[in-house]
Design a protein around this ligand. Sequence first.
Ligand code: ZN
Length: 275
Amino acid sequence: MDGDKVIVSAALTGSAGTKAQNPALPITPEEIATDAIRCWNLGAAIVHIHVRGDDGLVSCDPALYDRVRTLIREQSPDCDLIINMSTGGGAGVTGDAARREPVKLRPEIASFDAGSVNFAGRVFVNSPQFLDALADDLAEYNVKPEIECFESGMIENARPYIASGAFTPPYWFQFVLGIRGAAPATVKQLLHMAEQLPPQSLWSVCAIGRAQLPMNLAALVIGGHVRTGLEDNHYLSRDVKATNPQLVERLVRLGREIGREPATPAETRQILGLG
Ligand code: ZN
Protein backbone atom coordinates (compact mmCIF):
# COMPACT_ATOMS: atom_id res chain seq x y z
CA MET A 1 0.00 0.00 0.00
CA ASP A 2 1.37 3.38 -0.99
CA GLY A 3 0.13 4.77 2.30
CA ASP A 4 2.70 2.66 4.08
CA LYS A 5 5.63 4.06 2.13
CA VAL A 6 8.19 5.88 4.26
CA ILE A 7 10.00 8.99 3.13
CA VAL A 8 13.66 8.70 4.11
CA SER A 9 15.63 11.93 4.37
CA ALA A 10 19.41 11.96 4.72
CA ALA A 11 20.88 14.95 6.56
CA LEU A 12 24.41 14.63 5.29
CA THR A 13 26.52 17.34 6.90
CA GLY A 14 24.83 19.78 9.29
CA SER A 15 26.24 23.09 10.43
CA ALA A 16 28.54 22.07 13.26
CA GLY A 17 30.15 18.65 12.83
CA THR A 18 33.81 18.26 11.91
CA LYS A 19 36.05 15.70 10.25
CA ALA A 20 37.86 15.44 13.56
CA GLN A 21 34.63 14.10 15.03
CA ASN A 22 33.99 11.81 12.09
CA PRO A 23 36.28 11.56 9.04
CA ALA A 24 33.28 10.36 6.99
CA LEU A 25 31.47 13.69 7.37
CA PRO A 26 31.10 15.21 3.88
CA ILE A 27 32.32 18.81 3.84
CA THR A 28 33.22 19.80 0.28
CA PRO A 29 30.56 20.05 -2.43
CA GLU A 30 32.17 17.04 -4.10
CA GLU A 31 31.95 14.95 -0.93
CA ILE A 32 28.38 16.04 -0.26
CA ALA A 33 27.26 15.19 -3.80
CA THR A 34 28.92 11.77 -3.65
CA ASP A 35 27.22 10.93 -0.35
CA ALA A 36 23.89 12.21 -1.70
CA ILE A 37 24.00 9.88 -4.67
CA ARG A 38 25.03 6.92 -2.52
CA CYS A 39 22.16 7.58 -0.12
CA TRP A 40 19.73 7.88 -3.03
CA ASN A 41 20.88 4.52 -4.35
CA LEU A 42 20.11 3.04 -0.93
CA GLY A 43 16.58 4.44 -0.65
CA ALA A 44 16.76 8.05 0.48
CA ALA A 45 14.29 10.28 -1.37
CA ILE A 46 15.41 13.59 0.13
CA VAL A 47 18.82 14.94 1.03
CA HIS A 48 18.99 17.79 3.51
CA ILE A 49 21.99 19.94 2.60
CA HIS A 50 24.21 22.33 4.52
CA VAL A 51 27.33 23.69 2.85
CA ARG A 52 30.72 24.70 4.22
CA GLY A 53 33.26 27.27 3.13
CA ASP A 54 36.93 26.59 2.49
CA ASP A 55 37.51 27.05 6.22
CA GLY A 56 35.11 24.19 6.93
CA LEU A 57 32.64 26.52 8.66
CA VAL A 58 28.98 26.64 7.75
CA SER A 59 28.10 28.94 4.88
CA CYS A 60 24.91 30.18 3.24
CA ASP A 61 26.66 30.93 -0.08
CA PRO A 62 24.18 30.09 -2.84
CA ALA A 63 27.07 29.30 -5.18
CA LEU A 64 28.08 26.41 -2.90
CA TYR A 65 24.53 25.08 -2.70
CA ASP A 66 24.24 25.36 -6.46
CA ARG A 67 27.56 23.54 -6.86
CA VAL A 68 26.27 20.59 -4.84
CA ARG A 69 23.10 20.38 -6.90
CA THR A 70 25.04 20.62 -10.15
CA LEU A 71 27.53 17.95 -9.09
CA ILE A 72 24.71 15.55 -8.21
CA ARG A 73 23.22 16.03 -11.66
CA GLU A 74 26.60 15.70 -13.39
CA GLN A 75 27.75 12.64 -11.47
CA SER A 76 24.43 10.81 -11.80
CA PRO A 77 22.24 12.22 -14.58
CA ASP A 78 19.35 9.89 -13.71
CA CYS A 79 19.42 10.85 -10.02
CA ASP A 80 16.03 12.37 -9.19
CA LEU A 81 16.75 13.08 -5.52
CA ILE A 82 14.77 15.85 -3.86
CA ILE A 83 17.08 18.50 -2.47
CA ASN A 84 16.23 20.23 0.79
CA MET A 85 18.48 23.23 1.39
CA SER A 86 19.00 24.40 4.94
CA THR A 87 18.21 27.99 5.88
CA GLY A 88 19.59 27.36 9.36
CA GLY A 89 22.89 29.19 8.99
CA GLY A 90 25.09 28.93 12.04
CA ALA A 91 25.56 30.87 15.24
CA GLY A 92 27.68 33.94 14.71
CA VAL A 93 28.64 32.86 11.22
CA THR A 94 25.70 33.97 9.12
CA GLY A 95 23.00 36.63 9.38
CA ASP A 96 19.29 36.47 8.71
CA ALA A 97 19.50 37.91 5.19
CA ALA A 98 22.20 35.42 4.20
CA ARG A 99 20.16 32.53 5.59
CA ARG A 100 17.36 33.30 3.11
CA GLU A 101 19.68 33.28 0.07
CA PRO A 102 19.46 29.55 -0.79
CA VAL A 103 15.68 29.87 -1.29
CA LYS A 104 16.36 31.92 -4.41
CA LEU A 105 17.83 28.81 -6.02
CA ARG A 106 14.33 27.32 -5.92
CA PRO A 107 15.19 24.02 -4.25
CA GLU A 108 12.15 21.79 -4.00
CA ILE A 109 12.31 22.02 -0.19
CA ALA A 110 14.01 24.38 2.26
CA SER A 111 14.04 24.23 6.02
CA PHE A 112 11.92 26.58 8.11
CA ASP A 113 13.01 26.58 11.76
CA ALA A 114 9.77 27.57 13.39
CA GLY A 115 11.01 29.49 16.41
CA SER A 116 13.88 30.31 18.70
CA VAL A 117 15.32 27.87 21.16
CA ASN A 118 18.30 27.12 23.35
CA PHE A 119 20.42 24.81 21.22
CA ALA A 120 23.19 23.04 23.06
CA GLY A 121 25.50 25.89 24.10
CA ARG A 122 23.88 28.71 22.15
CA VAL A 123 20.59 30.34 21.31
CA PHE A 124 19.19 29.51 17.89
CA VAL A 125 17.37 32.70 16.98
CA ASN A 126 14.47 32.61 14.52
CA SER A 127 12.66 35.86 15.19
CA PRO A 128 9.06 36.49 14.09
CA GLN A 129 10.43 39.03 11.59
CA PHE A 130 12.85 36.50 10.12
CA LEU A 131 10.15 33.85 9.86
CA ASP A 132 7.77 36.29 8.14
CA ALA A 133 10.43 37.18 5.58
CA LEU A 134 11.43 33.57 5.03
CA ALA A 135 7.79 32.50 4.59
CA ASP A 136 7.37 35.24 1.98
CA ASP A 137 10.47 34.02 0.13
CA LEU A 138 9.33 30.41 0.20
CA ALA A 139 5.96 31.37 -1.28
CA GLU A 140 7.54 33.65 -3.89
CA TYR A 141 9.99 31.02 -5.12
CA ASN A 142 7.53 28.13 -4.78
CA VAL A 143 9.67 26.21 -2.29
CA LYS A 144 8.06 23.73 0.10
CA PRO A 145 8.93 24.54 3.71
CA GLU A 146 10.12 21.70 5.85
CA ILE A 147 8.80 23.04 9.13
CA GLU A 148 11.43 22.06 11.68
CA CYS A 149 10.04 21.93 15.20
CA PHE A 150 12.43 21.55 18.11
CA GLU A 151 9.60 21.63 20.66
CA SER A 152 5.83 21.62 20.49
CA GLY A 153 5.41 25.40 20.70
CA MET A 154 6.96 25.66 17.25
CA ILE A 155 3.99 23.84 15.76
CA GLU A 156 1.89 26.76 17.00
CA ASN A 157 4.33 29.21 15.41
CA ALA A 158 3.60 27.61 12.02
CA ARG A 159 -0.16 28.00 12.28
CA PRO A 160 -0.36 31.67 11.20
CA TYR A 161 1.43 30.83 7.93
CA ILE A 162 -1.01 28.02 7.33
CA ALA A 163 -3.98 30.23 8.16
CA SER A 164 -2.73 32.98 5.85
CA GLY A 165 -2.16 30.60 2.95
CA ALA A 166 1.58 31.33 2.83
CA PHE A 167 2.09 27.58 3.39
CA THR A 168 -0.01 25.21 1.31
CA PRO A 169 -1.02 21.63 2.12
CA PRO A 170 0.18 19.08 2.71
CA TYR A 171 2.23 20.71 5.46
CA TRP A 172 5.56 18.97 5.94
CA PHE A 173 6.87 18.91 9.50
CA GLN A 174 10.24 17.68 10.73
CA PHE A 175 10.41 17.08 14.48
CA VAL A 176 13.95 17.55 15.77
CA LEU A 177 14.13 15.85 19.15
CA GLY A 178 16.82 15.52 21.75
CA ILE A 179 18.58 18.85 21.35
CA ARG A 180 19.90 20.09 24.66
CA GLY A 181 17.55 22.98 25.47
CA ALA A 182 14.54 21.69 23.52
CA ALA A 183 12.11 18.77 23.55
CA PRO A 184 13.38 15.37 24.66
CA ALA A 185 13.63 12.39 22.33
CA THR A 186 10.91 10.23 23.83
CA VAL A 187 8.01 8.35 22.31
CA LYS A 188 5.58 10.33 24.46
CA GLN A 189 6.97 13.60 23.13
CA LEU A 190 6.80 12.33 19.56
CA LEU A 191 3.19 11.24 19.94
CA HIS A 192 2.26 14.52 21.58
CA MET A 193 3.71 16.53 18.72
CA ALA A 194 2.24 14.29 16.01
CA GLU A 195 -1.21 14.60 17.59
CA GLN A 196 -0.87 18.38 17.83
CA LEU A 197 -0.41 18.89 14.07
CA PRO A 198 -2.94 20.80 11.99
CA PRO A 199 -5.07 18.79 9.53
CA GLN A 200 -3.41 17.89 6.21
CA SER A 201 0.00 17.58 7.83
CA LEU A 202 2.69 14.97 7.34
CA TRP A 203 5.61 14.48 9.67
CA SER A 204 9.07 13.07 9.92
CA VAL A 205 11.37 12.79 12.91
CA CYS A 206 15.06 13.13 13.48
CA ALA A 207 16.82 12.90 16.80
CA ILE A 208 20.25 13.64 18.12
CA GLY A 209 22.99 11.16 18.89
CA ARG A 210 21.98 7.78 20.20
CA ALA A 211 18.30 8.82 20.13
CA GLN A 212 18.37 8.89 16.33
CA LEU A 213 17.63 5.24 15.67
CA PRO A 214 15.05 4.70 18.44
CA MET A 215 13.03 7.74 17.31
CA ASN A 216 13.30 6.65 13.68
CA LEU A 217 12.02 3.23 14.68
CA ALA A 218 9.12 4.74 16.63
CA ALA A 219 8.17 6.75 13.54
CA LEU A 220 8.31 3.67 11.34
CA VAL A 221 5.93 1.90 13.72
CA ILE A 222 3.38 4.70 14.13
CA GLY A 223 3.28 5.80 10.52
CA GLY A 224 5.62 8.76 10.35
CA HIS A 225 8.57 9.47 8.11
CA VAL A 226 12.24 9.46 9.06
CA ARG A 227 15.46 11.44 8.80
CA THR A 228 18.86 9.97 9.46
CA GLY A 229 22.40 11.09 8.67
CA LEU A 230 25.58 12.45 10.17
CA GLU A 231 24.08 15.89 10.84
CA ASP A 232 22.23 14.33 13.75
CA ASN A 233 24.41 11.42 14.82
CA HIS A 234 27.98 10.27 14.18
CA TYR A 235 27.67 6.70 15.40
CA LEU A 236 26.46 3.43 13.98
CA SER A 237 26.71 1.86 17.40
CA ARG A 238 28.59 2.60 20.58
CA ASP A 239 32.20 3.51 19.66
CA VAL A 240 31.63 2.72 15.97
CA LYS A 241 31.59 5.77 13.70
CA ALA A 242 28.98 5.79 10.95
CA THR A 243 28.88 6.95 7.36
CA ASN A 244 25.79 8.48 5.79
CA PRO A 245 25.21 5.49 3.47
CA GLN A 246 25.47 3.09 6.41
CA LEU A 247 22.81 4.98 8.35
CA VAL A 248 20.46 5.07 5.36
CA GLU A 249 21.04 1.42 4.50
CA ARG A 250 20.22 0.31 8.04
CA LEU A 251 17.11 2.44 8.32
CA VAL A 252 15.75 1.32 4.95
CA ARG A 253 16.40 -2.31 5.87
CA LEU A 254 14.61 -1.97 9.21
CA GLY A 255 11.67 -0.19 7.58
CA ARG A 256 11.32 -2.98 5.06
CA GLU A 257 11.31 -5.54 7.88
CA ILE A 258 8.00 -4.08 9.07
CA GLY A 259 6.49 -3.37 5.67
CA ARG A 260 7.56 0.26 5.26
CA GLU A 261 9.11 0.37 1.79
CA PRO A 262 11.05 3.57 1.09
CA ALA A 263 9.18 6.04 -1.09
CA THR A 264 11.03 6.88 -4.29
CA PRO A 265 11.67 10.55 -5.03
CA ALA A 266 8.80 10.42 -7.56
CA GLU A 267 6.46 8.96 -4.95
CA THR A 268 7.68 11.50 -2.41
CA ARG A 269 6.88 14.34 -4.82
CA GLN A 270 3.34 12.99 -5.05
CA ILE A 271 3.00 12.55 -1.30
CA LEU A 272 4.29 16.05 -0.56
CA GLY A 273 2.61 17.73 -3.52
CA LEU A 274 5.90 18.96 -4.99
CA GLY A 275 6.28 20.26 -8.50
ZN1 ZN B 1 20.08 20.89 9.03
